[in-house]
Ligand binder design. Structure first.
Ligand SMILES: [Zn+2]
Length: 323
């Protein structure tokens, strides 16, 4: 198996709050033998060594049958609010770290870098300078409130398409999170909505028409897109003046033009996803090493009891083809 959706935290990430006299960067702190991510002065999440140690990850991979992981940073490190003069350095450190992980264990890891999306020229510089050390880039589902169809980002999509690199869209900066602070709702309600927002913005905004070879992968099986697809399709049909003024096709015709991971937590949802976007467009992804992920990689796939051909495609074949 190749696990497309995994996160890593660079263990020696410089303390940018000290360097830039800032409070907005995330740092790591050790308390009583525990390691915590600290955000805005508060404990955000406790992490275990497998979140930052390659060797710990390889042990887990060996015990669960994962041949390779695709590494991407923990989304809280995106720092899209950071000033332009600082973010270039931060991103450079992270991307060099990710590429070094791959170079240390080329048979076990590939990596998706991060981009300073608030600074488009620097994104282009970063993509050019990293060359083929990374297989693509992970970005958020909105950038400081801007949707992904915004013209500002066209040069980035152009550069990624030209270089045949993957764009992995991961939900972050969840809409409405200030209004639903209890019950982990930003993760359970906000994240799926964010991913659906990203798909619909790119689809209705004509991004899949303008960049037909851009390889876009959405996290969490496309979030709530699959479950609300009937409504989205119907909306397009009854109000083309609102939904169809920038795109060339109907929503159903875009299914199969993008990819998602397989992280939907239920065999029925996985079957529905495969039926909707196609058996060639789903990639195994577990959100390793976090608790909302799939603890035993491939277990949903096993429960869904799909045929060997589809299993092989999701476990590995589709990603190899995409690469
Ligand atoms: Zn994730």
């Amino acid at each position: 198996m190749i696990d497309f959706h995994t996160h890593i935290y660079p263990p020696n990430l410089p303390d940018y709050n000290k360097l830039y006299d800032s409070t907005q960067y995330v740092t790591l702190e050790k308390h009583d033998g525990e390691t915590w991510m600290i955000s805005e002065g508060k404990k955000f999440r406790k992490i275990e060594p497998n979140c930052f140690s390659l060797e710990e990850r390889i042990k887990d991979m060996d015990s669960t049958g994962v041949e390779k992981q695709i590494l991407s940073i923990v989304p809280i490190l995106f720092a899209y609010n950071a000033p332009k003069k600082e973010i270039g350095q931060v991103v450079k450190y992270i991307n060099d770290f990710l590429a070094a992980c791959v170079e240390k264990y080329p048979n076990r890891f590939m990596a998706l870098g991060t981009l300073p999306m608030q600074h488009v020229e620097r994104c282009i510089f970063e993509i050019e300078s990293m060359g083929d050390r990374l297989i693509g880039y992970q970005i958020g589902s909105n950038i400081n409130g801007l949707n992904l169809d915004n013209e500002t980002f066209y040069p980035i999509w152009d550069e990624l398409e030209k270089r045949k690199l993957i764009l992995f869209v991961h939900p972050w900066d969840m809409m409405g999170q200030e209004d639903m602070t209890e019950y982990w709702l930003p993760w359970l309600v906000g994240m799926p909505a964010e991913t659906c927002r990203a798909i619909c913005s790119m689809m209705f905004g004509g991004i899949f028409d303008k960049y037909p070879k851009l390889k876009v992968v959405f996290a969490h099986g496309g979030g709530s897109f699959c479950g609300t697809f009937g409504r989205i399709q119907h909306g397009y049909e009854v109000r083309p003046d609102l939904c169809g003024c920038k795109c060339k096709c109907s929503p159903k015709d875009y299914c199969g033009k993008f990819w998602t991971d397989s992280l939907v937590h239920s065999p029925n949802a996985l079957k529905r996803l495969v039926k909707m976007i196609g058996e060639d467009n789903v990639l195994l992804g577990t959100d390793y090493p976090f608790p909302l992920g799939e603890k035993v990689p491939g277990s949903i796939l096993k429960e869904a009891k799909m045929c060997k051909k589809i299993n092989d495609k999701i476990r590995k074949g589709n990603l190899l083809k995409l690469l």
